[in-house]
Design a protein around this ligand. Structure first.
Ligand SMILES: Nc1ncnc2c1ncn2[C@@H]1O[C@H](COP(=O)(O)OP(=O)(O)OP(=O)(O)O)[C@@H](O)[C@H]1O
Ligand SMILES: [Mg+2]
Length: 232
């Protein structure tokens, strides 16, 4: 991670799901360490946008610079490696491996990123600390993720995103399954972790009342042009 490059710099990007739902973004920037909340209606394209930023889906044109590297131009193992080094992602559906323990899920990014492995060493202690800080009882660390409550799974997914301090945290409605007190505690922990690491945060939420701790609130409509194919 370096302070000389923006955390995220998008230029002239287009993407389409088979022509049915298309988006265009002219410019969008997030500074290193900046906390940005992204608001938008359901079905508006927020998850699609995060997938583009993360390099999970490739744009049909344009550049997506993450910490100084255009991930839209990377392919295969290089793209995977750069993604694992750069991003912690809390997916809307969590994407945990249900048969693996809570702790082993948290440790997954360290298998794919040497940088994060170094920063998190000793790995088990880091995983335990993050899970504990997120309010997961130590009795559950070895429980298969599929047997946890939805709110517990969401917090395991957050710990997995944070381990090894990646430069960019992308979080898709990471508090949707948490009650208000838990959501506030979760955000405090998130701010503490990313503040210490200097990571940028791009978080999707429906809940504007959570916006207080963010440097900037962005409406998807203001940065993305959407077109939908009419259904006959
Ligand atoms: N994997 C996919 N394949 C095809 N179309 C998709 C896919 N994922 C999303 N879409 C389409 O993209 C559009 C935007 O969906 P997206 O999931 O990005 O919205 P969202 O803003 O995240 O919604 P929500 O707030 O409900 O999570 C929808 O019309 C959806 O049908
Ligand atoms: Mg979504």
């Amino acid at each position: 991670m370096t302070d000389t490059h923006p955390a995220i710099a998008i230029r002239n990007v287009a993407f389409s799901w088979d022509g049915d739902f298309s988006i265009e973004i002219d410019t969008f920037d997030v500074a290193p360490g900046e906390r940005v909340m992204l608001l938008g209606p359901s079905g508006g394209g927020k998850s699609t946008f995060l997938n583009l930023v993360a390099g999970i889906v490739p744009p049909s044109r344009g550049s997506i610079d993450i910490l100084g590297t255009d991930i839209a131009a990377l392919r295969g193992a290089k793209a995977d490696g750069y993604r694992a080094d750069s991003f912690g992602i809390v997916f809307q559906q969590f994407n945990l491996l249900p048969w693996l323990s809570a702790r082993d899920n948290v440790l997954i990014p360290l298998r794919f990123s040497k940088q994060r492995r170094k920063r998190a060493a000793p790995a088990k202690d880091s995983a335990n600390r993050l899970l504990g800080a997120l309010g997961i009882d130590s009795a559950l660390f070895r429980t298969p993720a599929g047997r946890l409550s939805v709110g517990q799974q969401q917090r395991v997914a957050a710990a997995r995103a944070l381990i090894g301090s990646p430069g960019v945290i992308l979080a898709d409605e990471p508090t949707s399954a948490l009650d208000r007190a838990m959501a506030d505690a979760f955000l405090d922990l998130l701010y503490g972790e990313i503040g210490g690491a200097g990571s940028a945060l791009l978080m999707v939420s429906h809940d504007e009342t959570l916006a207080g701790g963010f440097d900037r609130v962005v409406r998807l409509d203001d940065i993305v042009r959407v077109s939908r194919r009419a259904i006959a």
